[in-house]
Design a protein around this ligand. Structure first.
Ligand code: ACO
Length: 171
């Protein structure tokens, strides 16, 4: 497995919670997304969510660079199985700056995905805990997310409560 300082990471790894890393144990590594994570099965993990066609390494890198250029906005984290150097879980928090609430910040949790083979082992919970820590460290006054009805019990276990409704219009 490559060490963090050999990788081009999306954001400063000091924002990653050391207590969440400890809970994961020595076989799993929690870190920011890296520019070459396409080769570590990022799309295999994302495919548990929805259609996620694999980008070429070049297109992946270009998309990564666009996200990284939006400083302080995109925080995508992954859990890597050290033995295989493959991603087994991922999730993101996008930090939105508003004018209201004294230019307050809202965290949007998106794309929480755990590989089918390791679901039910608290990796989803750990990803949410680590994203919450990032939101807190960045100064978000709240964190929100959209999910299906069947995932409500999972997010309640993570400490979230139901509020409002989601609307969508596909383009
Ligand atoms: N129904 C009821 N309880 C659940 C469910 C569920 N569907 N999923 C998890 N839980 C409970 C667990 O039993 C556990 O409870 P416990 O603490 O009492 O033992 C707790 O929630 C934590 O569960 P984890 O083991 O952390 O769950 P997991 O690692 O499997 O991750 C996740 C859950 C992310 C939903 C995973 O199953 C997954 O990737 N599903 C497919 C993709 C998906 O639906 N992602 C969420 C999309 S919404 C979004 O991204 C904002």
């Amino acid at each position: 497995m490559s060490s963090d300082d050999q990788l081009d990471l999306l954001f400063d790894p000091s924002l990653i919670s050391s207590s969440v890393q400890q809970l994961l144990g020595p076989d799993l590594h929690l870190r920011p997304l890296a520019s070459d994570d396409v080769k570590r099965g990022h799309f295999d993990v994302l495919s548990v969510l929805t259609v996620a066609p694999r980008l070429s390494p070049k297109a992946y890198r270009e998309n990564f660079d666009q996200l990284k250029a939006c400083s302080g906005t995109y925080f995508i984290i992954v859990i890597v199985d050290k033995a295989s150097d493959k991603i087994v879980a991922s999730g993101s928090i996008i930090v939105e700056r508003k004018f209201l609430r004294n230019a307050g910040l809202v965290g949007h949790i998106e794309d929480i995905a755990v590989s089918k083979t390791v679901q039910g082992k608290k990796l989803g919970l750990r990803i949410i805990n680590a994203l919450e820590e990032i939101g807190r460290a960045r100064g978000c006054y709240k964190i929100i997310l959209d999910c299906s009805e069947k995932n409500i019990p999972f997010y309640e276990k993570c400490g979230f409560k139901h509020k409002e409704y989601e609307m969508v219009r596909y383009m």
